[in-house]
Design a protein around this ligand. Structure first.
Ligand SMILES: CC(C)(COP(=O)(O)OP(=O)(O)OC[C@H]1O[C@@H](n2cnc3c(N)ncnc32)[C@H](O)[C@@H]1OP(=O)(O)O)[C@@H](O)C(=O)NCCC(=O)NCCS
Length: 247
């Protein structure tokens, strides 16, 4: 894994990704068009208790243990919905019922251990998932992919210290009213979601310091970063999201 700092080139005229909305885990037919990547969004409040109870039965032992380790109910619920939805969409793509999908991991590009990008055994597709209270995203693609959704933070300037120094500068300037083009919390969430999607796409996650790469806090909905295309994903007010695709 190179330690070189990556510098994204924004493409302001591009369109963000508009995900398909998954209204139900039980009744929605999930199909995938011909494009190289498909993204689904689930609003966790739309998933009913009975529906979730059925979908929970799809989870494997590891997922059940992980779910039960969350103390906060909203985190546990978002995790369960994300994993059920990933089983549903990955299963639909490879023509398998959700409970038959077997998860594995790619090797980590940092250390070679099996904790890199998640994978579905024998599926021949790449996928990524992200969950935060209220929102879940699942992406399925023909190439390595990372997706991330985040809620706007209360204190974006404090958190921005984790980001690239230029991103920190932009967020501080926005917080002091010195930069147009987005409030500090919007700018923070853009940069964080773009960075995390990129690091999840690579498969190293936060094993690579998020202050190394400059993805930017501007409104341009697409950017190139080496071999990666990083696109913003349309999510409701109060959230930010991004998708990174090896292309
Ligand atoms: C991946 C990571 C950024 C996710 O953070 P998050 O914002 O809390 O969670 P999200 O909901 O957006 O994404 C979680 C999903 O990312 C995926 N994921 C986990 N590790 C991943 C990795 N290395 N690469 C790509 N995706 C990964 C999993 O599907 C995970 O789902 P789960 O937690 O429900 O099982 C973070 O968990 C991480 O960086 N982990 C690895 C850190 C590390 O130090 N690794 C060692 C390197 S040697």
């Amino acid at each position: 894994m190179t330690r070189d700092v990556a510098q994204a080139v924004p493409e302001p005229e591009a369109e963000p990704v508009a995900p398909d909305v998954l209204d139900s885990l039980l009744n929605t037919p999930v199909t995938r068009g011909g494009a190289g990547v498909a993204v689904w969004r689930i609003e966790t409040a739309t998933v009913g208790d009975e529906e979730l109870e059925v979908a929970r039965q799809w989870l494997d032992e590891g997922e059940r243990q992980q779910a039960s380790s969350y103390v906060r109910a909203e985190l546990r619920r978002a995790y369960e919905i994300a994993h059920a939805a990933a089983r549903l969409v990955v299963g639909a793509v490879v023509d398998s019922p959700p409970e038959k999908v077997v998860w594995g991991r790619h090797p980590c590009p940092g250390c070679g251990e099996p904790h890199g990008r998640p994978r579905a055994e024998g599926a021949g597709v790449e996928f990524s998932l992200s969950h935060t209270p209220g929102q879940v995203l699942v992406a399925v693609a023909d190439a390595a992919v990372g997706v991330d959704v985040e809620r706007h933070p209360d204190d974006p300037v404090a958190l921005a210290k984790l980001l690239h120094p230029r991103e920190l500068e932009e967020i501080e300037a926005a917080a002091h009213g010195l930069l147009d083009g987005g409030r500090a919390s919007v700018r923070f969430t853009r940069a964080w979601a773009r960075t995390e999607a990129y690091l999840k796409g690579i498969g190293i996650g936060l094993g690579r310091d998020p202050h190394l790469d400059y993805l930017g806090t501007d409104a341009a909905p697409r950017r190139r970063l080496g071999e990666w295309t990083v696109r913003d994903v349309v999510v409701p007010e109060g959230y930010g999201a991004a998708l990174a695709l090896l292309s």
